[in-house]
Design a protein around this ligand. Structure first.
Ligand code: SF4
Ligand code: SF4
Length: 255
């Protein structure tokens, strides 16, 4: 059976997902046995920019019109398009301040040199093209990527947890930082899959994987307000990784 043709692409981000893929050191040879990687600019000097692809893996947010064009080209060439990482799935850190004019941000950061960037408000991939499957995380978890590849190679859509980080935190028998210590933890509304890494080191969840399905933002905000946090504190934390998420937009639009 022919190996599926794969492209691995990056929009704007820290290249974290591409580094996670390269960091699959023990599995890389096995990956190459089952995938025909045609394009991976971070890792290969010869890339096929025109062939049809079975699967395109795309990380990063779209923040420039040329990225929008590139993404649409990739979509046309690909049977499946998979969004990797929180920037690609939710807009990530780049989308945190979309309400501030891009011109103002460019001016403050780059001064006159900013003119060369044709910047647009940062958006996740699904704002521009159909996305067949999303794997969030900042960066994504290596094990989830490998499981996703295994499922895709067998023609299946990967299965991801549909519960919140809180569940993994409880399974690790951690003390609850929100209820017991009054810290600003977004575990109750953040999608699981990281095995509650931060909580197991005593660090509250900052929501880097984006909201879980049907996240109850109102309930989380009420608990945090009872613990003494202001709506501004909570808004800032919620917007850090997933500002364009419908649940977050809808909640704050009513305020
Ligand atoms: S510390 Fe955070 S993630 Fe863990 S149980 Fe409490 S609220 Fe949930
Ligand atoms: S605990 Fe929260 S912030 Fe930490 S890796 Fe998991 S989702 Fe991200």
């Amino acid at each position: 059976m022919a190996k599926p043709k794969i492209g691995i692409f990056g929009m704007t981000g820290c290249a974290g997902e591409q580094i996670v893929i390269l960091n699959c050191e023990d599995q890389l040879m096995d990956i190459l046995k089952v995938l025909d990687i045609r394009s991976f600019h971070t890792a290969m000097s010869e890339n096929d920019e025109e062939c049809d692809l079975d699967i395109a893996f795309v990380e990063g947010a779209v923040v420039q019109s040329k990225e929008e064009e590139l993404l649409k080209e990739i979509r046309k060439r690909s049977r499946l398009l998979i969004a990797l990482g929180t920037c690609a799935v939710w807009g990530g850190v780049a989308a945190m301040k979309n309400e501030v004019s891009r011109e103002k941000l460019k001016d403050q950061i780059y001064g006159p040199a900013g003119e060369i960037f044709k910047s647009i408000p940062a958006q996740p991939l699904r704002s521009f093209v159909k996305v067949d499957f999303s794997l969030s995380g900042c960066p994504m978890e290596k094990e989830q990527f490998l499981q996703a590849v295994a499922s895709l190679v067998h023609g299946d859509i990967p299965v991801l947890p549909k519960y919140a980080v809180c569940t993994e935190c409880k399974m690790n028998e951690n003390t609850c930082l929100l209820l017991e210590k009054g810290e600003l933890c977004l575990g109750p509304i953040t999608v699981a899959g990281c095995r509650a890494h931060c909580l197991s080191y005593g660090i509250p969840c900052s929501g880097c994987r984006g909201p879980v399905e049907e996240a109850n933002i109102a309930s989380e905000v009420e608990i945090l307000k009872e613990k003494g946090f202001t709506l501004g504190d909570i808004n800032n934390q919620l917007r850090t990784f997933a500002a364009p998420a419908e649940a977050i937009q809808t909640y704050f639009a009513k305020r």
